[in-house]
Design a protein around this ligand. Structure first.
Ligand SMILES: Nc1ncnc2c1ncn2[C@@H]1O[C@H](COP(=O)(O)OP(=O)(O)O)[C@@H](O)[C@H]1O
Ligand SMILES: [Mg+2]
Length: 607
């Protein structure tokens, strides 16, 4: 009896441990649990009947099987592979003949996802009619696992057509359940052997189904996630392409904008900054004196006379005065006086009315009217004939103009800047320039020294022109080698800054890609630097008179050539009377070449 009681106690204890084992099975979380079960079973085995031990070991076996199934299916995230794996596992674990996995679709219908025969042949879609749809349906609606070992005779299913039609015998079906929701079912059968499945098989199927449902849901989530990710990626790619297109467009527009801004900036600079003193390059004393003088000149309205050889920057200085002064937003009109013909002088300066003379087909504004409120820059003023000088003087005295052929007198407010490369006082002394006009123009006198007299500015100017060239051609600025600088500094630059500017442009272009311009690029005439022929002083003593005459002859010839044989102009330029020039030409046996008609007095009506 005691023994019997003891046995009963043991049984209770084992049953308790079995409950624990079941619990563990349900959790089946990992190897440590299995170890625990093994431990429990081996501890208990000594006190149990052999049948009981057999049952326990079977239970334990199932646990192991389940664990391996769990590990197996849990690791698969590809949905279709997972479904295959589940059905193969179930068939293997339950020794079933056939196996099916169905999922409930969105509309609540059943979809056969996988079907397997014992030979592992894929029977999918071809034979779903060989399955008891009624049992499947019942499992899904009741959310309970179903077993029958003689479907033909089972009261619950006997009336289901397919069971009888297909002589289905042993069937098990378990719902695939996530929480309370049934997402499908696992169905296995054995058609010929009755009693093939036991309750423990159903438990196992149920447990596998529970694990499978979780794995399926996971895989579906993973698949959904992948799909979403793909969609996101595609969207992201699309956004990136759009972004790229947008940024290209923005870049294009901003570079267009930058170009527009640059050209605007350039024209602004042209109007305002190009002609401030920063654009007058030079550090030499004469240039510094010039700046000091300009400071006092720009703000005033008084006439300025600029004297200097050609190319010394007379127009540059005139512009600097205008564009730094109060008239900067008003017109700056520049005209070379020697290019105006005697006949058209009045019309050019004061304008004409339609019909004033042959060819006056429309009303025409003169330079004074165009420059009203602004500045009129008259270059080469020393070349005006006496007649032209008087006409100019008149307007300067009363500030009034009348268009040729017109009646109205107009007041004009014009700042006058004149320039000359000649010495006006000497011309005046010779009676070639009106003294009164000279005094009117010469209120402020600016003398620009020739470049050869401010050699220290040459490297600065050269560098400035190289930079300018680089900026306009969009290339990096070049530098000059020391020997090239030496050559440039030694040259006497008869054409002054203009000649240097041309030489630098030539060098920058000719030196190609070379970053440093060496002496061998420099123009041959600068390299050999022959002094101007008219100025050659013979090394050996020669007859002075003869030499002077030779030089005089050459100068006259050059001047005649320059003015295309025009003797009046040549005489004026050389400070001679027309008669004096004629006599010298006769003495030297010279001809005026292709002579242009000499100047006659203007035929225009006076103002
Ligand atoms: N000091 C200077 N700094 C920079 N450029 C100069 C300077 N002097 C003259 N230039 C440039 O040399 C060229 C000739 O000048 P310009 O004023 O036309 O001379 P001019 O009227 O005396 O013949 C112009 O391109 C001018 O910009
Ligand atoms: Mg000039």
């Amino acid at each position: 009896m005691r023994l019997c009681l003891a046995r009963e106690d043991k049984t209770k204890q084992v049953e308790e441990e079995l409950r624990l084992a079941r619990l563990l099975r349900r959790r089946a979380e990992g190897r440590s649990d299995i170890e625990e079960v093994r431990h429990v079973l081996s501890r208990s085995a000594r006190h149990l009947t052999p049948e009981y031990v057999e049952r326990l070991w079977e239970e334990y076996d199932n646990l192991l099987k389940l664990l391996s199934i769990n590990l197996d299916i849990g690791a698969e995230h590809n949905l279709s592979k997972l479904l295959d794996r589940i059905i193969d596992t179930v068939i293997r674990a339950l020794h079933a003949e056939r196996g099916y996995l169905c999922l409930v679709d969105e509309k609540g219908g059943l979809r056969f996802e996988v079907a397997r025969g014992i030979d592992k042949m894929d029977l999918k879609t071809g034979q779903p009619h060989a399955v008891s749809h009624s049992i499947l349906q019942r499992t899904i609606t009741s959310a309970q696992a179903v077993i029958t070992n003689n479907a033909e005779e089972d009261e619950r299913f006997a009336d289901f057509a397919s069971v009888q039609d297909f002589q289905l015998r042993s069937i098990m079906c378990a719902p695939l359940k996530i929480k309370q929701k049934v997402i499908g079912a696992l169905y296995v059968d054995n058609r010929s052997i009755k009693g093939n499945f036991r309750q423990k098989d159903l438990d196992l199927l149920d447990t596998i189904s529970a694990q499978a449902a979780v794995a399926i849901e996971n895989a579906q989530l993973v698949e959904d996630n992948v799909k979403k990710q793909m969609k996101l990626l595609a969207a992201k790619e699309e956004v990136e392409i759009l972004n790229l297109q947008l940024s290209e467009k923005v870049q294009r527009q901003s570079s267009e904008l930058a170009a527009a801004r640059r050209s605007l900036e350039q024209s602004r600079q042209y109007l305002e900054t190009k002609y401030n003193y920063e654009n007058i390059i030079g550090r030499s004393e004469p240039i510094q004196q010039l700046f000091r003088l300009l400071d006092r000149t720009t703000e005033t309205d008084v006439p300025v006379l600029i004297q200097g050889e050609s190319g010394t920057g007379k127009e540059l200085v005139a512009r600097a005065i205008h564009f730094n002064g109060p008239r900067k937003s008003q017109p700056f009109i520049s005209e070379n006086a020697s290019s105006i013909s005697e006949t058209l002088f009045e019309s050019e300066l004061f304008g004409h009315v339609k019909g004033a003379f042959t060819g006056a087909v429309v009303d025409h504004k003169g330079l004074f009217e165009l420059a009203d409120k602004g500045t009129l820059f008259l270059d080469e003023i020393g070349n005006l004939s006496m007649e032209m000088q008087s006409k100019l003087l008149r307007v300067l005295e009363n500030g009034e103009i009348r268009r040729v052929g017109g009646k109205d007198v107009r007041k004009v407010d014009v700042r006058i800047i004149t320039a000359t490369n000649r010495d006006l006082p000497s011309l005046a002394k010779e009676g070639l320039f009106r003294e009164d006009l000279f005094y009117r123009l010469n209120v402020i006198k600016i003398i620009l020294p020739p470049l050869r007299e401010r050699g220290e500015d040459i490297p600065l100017l050269a560098e400035h022109f190289l930079k300018e060239y680089a900026a306009s051609s969009g290339t990096p600025p070049k530098t000059l080698s020391a020997d090239a600088v030496a050559l440039l500094t030694e040259h006497d630059w008869p054409g002054n800054v203009r000649e240097l500017e041309n030489e630098m442009r030539r060098l920058a272009a000719l030196s190609g890609n070379a970053p440093v311009i060496t002496a061998d690029f420099v123009s041959p005439h600068i390299r050999s630097a022959p002094p101007s022929p008219a100025m050659t002083i013979p090394d050996q003593p020669r007859d002075l008179r003869e030499t002077v005459e030779e030089i005089e002859k050459r100068i006259i010839q050059n001047t005649l050539d320059k003015y295309r044989g025009n003797k009046s102009k040549t005489a004026r330029m050389l400070g001679l009377s027309r008669d004096g020039l004629r006599k010298k030409m006769i003495r030297y046996g010279m001809r005026a070449g292709e002579e242009e008609p000499d100047e006659k007095n203007s035929g225009g009506s006076g103002t």
